[in-house]
Ligand binder design. Structure first.
Ligand SMILES: Cc1cc2nc3c(=O)[nH]c(=O)nc-3n(C[C@H](O)[C@H](O)[C@H](O)COP(=O)(O)OP(=O)(O)OC[C@H]3O[C@@H](n4cnc5c(N)ncnc54)[C@H](O)[C@@H]3O)c2cc1C
Length: 498
């Protein structure tokens, strides 16, 4: 019986997992004690500002009201990623909406770059709404629901802080302390952890959320990492926060900007009162000083006084996520570079899966562990292939980084044959095994057609849906993004006064 769970680490991974487990136990009447211990000295990574639409279900499952979430995390809406210069001089979108598709549509869409028509503009309403800065929902929509799929940009530190207070108010026990010793039994199970504040903590299940340190799974249980660095070359980031009182952009955008640069790419994310920007790059091709200089040059002179943070990371995953009575969630398990905002998604997936497998673990621990490891490894591989795609189909060869990132040996094996097929016909229904994928056919279509990779297909105009009515109706019904955010702010102020 899993009577107690100990979560080590209080970043996004720790608090999302703790709250998902807690909500599940409350909902199902399970009497499980959940304790989270966090170091008072080791800061969280503090990045992780862009999400994917599943975050709404996660927050809803946790029970945090959307208005509360929007107020407490500086959140804005995210409806797509706008990719610039992945083919030099070109821009395309990866939106969250799915293209309208005839029911019997099994074949690849015949869409040709030669037509000169941008794919996203013809098949996505959100792409068109983004140009007008329209919010994806109106205040009349129920919480976490809207006419179109959406996610958020958020402040990662504020998210962890809000989930911490919310979780504690709902029964999660919280301890401060550095875990300085992990006791491992002769059978290879964790028998307890000791903190520098004198606490000896034990549980039936231990969840390692200690970030890149991976104190339990990587450290005490010695589970090695399977590296993805051959396929994803970026391993550094330099980041900066740009408050609006230093520089206010013309509009608070509903999308993440992902702009390819000489040795990687750069994000630009708009929150309620600041932007987060970061240059993700490969240390083989650029050093820290040059990367920071490039980021400051992009931002302009007003960034001279702003602090830059340098982050080192490695794309890879522990060979197993769950060993014995210990599961690693978040960066302690693995990381895939941040291009498609999969970090928080992987945590949501893990938290939900563990919560739903608690009963399985009691009745069939070995099978549960093996199955969890299989689905988690498959998920990482799925995301790895999708991220790899963004680089390997680029037509850029202008710098040493881009020549390396587009070389044949970088391509993941799983993608190789499909890339060959897609060159002639684009992605079809049978190219994506597995239900419930994070990135399925629509996502691949937006990238492949956006990058003009598919050659030689011809299309008939009849196959292009007419979205103009939907766009017009949406623009009439939905508020401007900033108007929506002002309502959030006003509601917060009204609450403070009352
Ligand atoms: C450059 C970059 C950009 C990213 N951008 C995105 C993005 O846009 N979207 C997205 O979804 N994801 C993104 N991610 C991933 C995202 O940041 C992480 O998945 C997420 O923040 C989870 O981090 P974590 O909680 O695993 O680790 P951390 O935030 O590092 O937290 C680790 C916790 O463990 C504690 N700890 C460590 N050692 C001990 C110890 N010995 N005893 C007690 N406590 C300990 C620390 O105090 C801390 O509380 C990005 C990552 C990077 C590197």
């Amino acid at each position: 019986m899993v009577q107690s769970v100990l979560i080590v680490g209080g970043g996004s991974a720790g608090w999302i997992t703790a709250n998902l487990l807690n909500a599940h136990c409350r909902r199902t009447g399970r009497d499980t004690r959940i304790v989270l211990v966090e170091s008072p000295d080791i800061p969280t990574i503090g990045v992780g500002e862009a999400t994917v639409p599943t975050i709404r279900r996660t927050l809803n499952d946790i029970g945090l009201p959307e208005q509360d979430f929007l107020e407490s995390t500086e959140a804005t809406f995210k409806t797509l990623i706008r990719f610039k210069d992945w083919n030099l001089g070109e821009t395309y979108d990866h939106p969250f909406d799915r293209r309208p598709r005839p029911q019997s549509d099994t074949a690849a869409i015949a869409w040709s770059a030669q037509n000169g028509l941008p794919f996203d503009r013809h098949f996505s309403v959100l792409t068109q709404l983004a140009d007008f800065n329209t919010a994806p929902k109106s205040p009349r929509h129920p919480q976490y629901q809207a006419s179109f799929p959406y996610a958020y940009h958020l402040d990662a530190i504020k998210l962890a802080a809000r989930l911490s207070s919310f979780g504690q108010a709902n029964g999660i026990e919280y301890r401060l302390g550095n875990v300085v010793d992990v006791i491992v039994s002769p059978e290879g199970l964790i028998a307890g952890v000791k903190t520098d504040r004198g606490d000896d903590l034990t549980a039936n299940l231990y969840i390692d959320c200690t970030g890149f340190r991976s104190v339990l799974l990587g450290g005490a249980l010695d589970v090695p990492v399977r590296s993805f660095e051959k396929h994803l070359l970026c391993d550094r980031a330099v980041t900066m926060r740009v408050p609006y009182d230093v520089y206010r952009p013309e509009r608070i955008l509903t999308y993440t900007k992902a702009t390819a640069r000489e040795a990687g790419w750069q994000w630009d994310i708009n929150l309620q009162s600041r932007r987060g920007i970061g240059y993700v790059y490969s240390s083989q091709f650029l050093d820290e000083t040059a990367a920071e200089a490039a980021l400051r040059q992009y931002e302009g002179a007003h960034s001279d006084e702003l602090e830059a943070r340098h982050i080192r990371f490695a794309s890879g995953k522990r060979e197993v996520s769950w060993k014995g009575n210990c599961v690693a969630v978040g960066l302690s398990d693995g990381f895939l570079e941040p291009l498609e905002s999969s970090g928080l998604y992987l945590i949501e997936f893990a938290g939900l899966a563990i919560a739903n497998m608690l009963a399985d673990f009691e009745s069939a621990p070995q099978a549960t562990m093996r199955y969890y490891n299989r689905i988690t490894n498959d998920l990482y591989d799925e995301i790895l292939g999708f991220l790899n795609l963004h680089y390997v189909i680029s037509n850029r060869r202008d710098t040493a980084f881009w020549r390396a990132a587009t070389s044949d040996e970088v391509i993941v094996d799983d993608l190789r044959d499909r890339l060959e097929l897609w060159k002639h016909r684009g992605p079809g229904q049978f190219d994506f095994p597995g239900a419930d994928r994070l990135f399925a056919r629509d996502s691949y279509e937006f990238i492949l057609h956006g990058m003009r990779y598919v050659k030689g297909a011809t299309h008939s105009r009849a196959s292009i849906p007419d979205l103009s009515q939907v766009v017009m109706k949406a623009r009439a019904e939905l508020p401007d993004h900033e108007a929506f955010l002002s309502l959030v702010e006003r509601a917060a102020e009204a609450r403070k006064l009352s």
